[in-house]
Design a protein around this ligand. Sequence first.
Ligand code: AHG
Ligand code: MN
Ligand code: MN
Length: 336
Amino acid sequence: MRIGTTLSNYIIENQRHTHGATGQFTGLLNDLAVACKKIADLVNKGDLLNVLGSADSENVQGEQQKKLDVISNLVFIEALHHNGHVAALASEEMDEVYHLPSGIPRGKYLVLADPLDGSSNIDVNVSVGTIFSVLKAPEGVDYPAEQDFLKPGTEQVAAGYCLYGPSTMLVLTTGQGVSMFTLNRDFGEFLLTHENIMIPADTNEFAINTSNQRFWEPPVQRFIDECLRGQDGPLGKDFNMRWVASMVADVHRILNRGGLFLYPIDAKLSAKGQAGKLRLMYEANPIAFIIEQAGGLCTTGRERIMTLAPESIHQRVPVILGSRNEVERIIGYHSE
Ligand code: AHG
Ligand code: MN
Ligand code: MN
């Protein structure tokens, strides 16, 4: 499509090519874009609106919530719940499935979101994001249950994220490649700026929180050790390291120039009874859909993320993703 096309036009154009489309999906993507624009505005104004800092509350995962975690979640609900495009919502910041009030028309979709990803960065003015995953809702069910959300990532009909960085960018897949849109704040529209994103298969850049190194499993220890040995080691090339600590920002770099992102399982997480740090349904699955659509891979080290059978909406998983050849190498180390 023409570079500079508005997101609204892009979505409507795609709807025309989809047999039997009713416009509900188009409406839903517009609602999501509205939520992202509102969150972008709040993140951008920050201290001016007194929205930085802690909310003095915890989410279901026992994590301290920031004011903007709570506010972004409200914006997400507000933008989606009464337009008749969704049947129910779920998010990192809500213990249970969010049911629509009675009297509001039920739509065909379920949406899961991480309303503010990387919120530990918000108070220091470093990039954060919003991640969303769209699934089909069960037909004729007014109050879909948690069970109705528990579909493998391969069932997603759309996934995306919005990155609140120097520019605000919305990155979207509906299963036909990955497109990037940049927000023009002057007239409040996302404009198409990149299409058919492809991640280079090879890379010499990795992202991992090395403060956890002593807790990693042997395959990850081995791989990172080999990266650090650079040209003198078995990989025969020097590596560069980056870690933003906002998954959205790290993934965005990888989509643009290749790379690896790892948040593996480690002994510290296992000791807390956690299967990983990142959440399957609203972090790993939507990002995996985007990464795979761009030719990359996303795995736990042992299994493809997108085919995992979820057991709960807040379930955690190990995540290793990015440039295909290096991810394959890490999978190989896990199977040895
Ligand atoms: P969230 O702010 O939604 O809880 O997610 C933060 C995640 C992810 O974005 C990031 O990659 C990771 O946590 C950072 O973890 P560390 O603080 O352990 O580096
Ligand atoms: Mn997150
Ligand atoms: Mn979050």
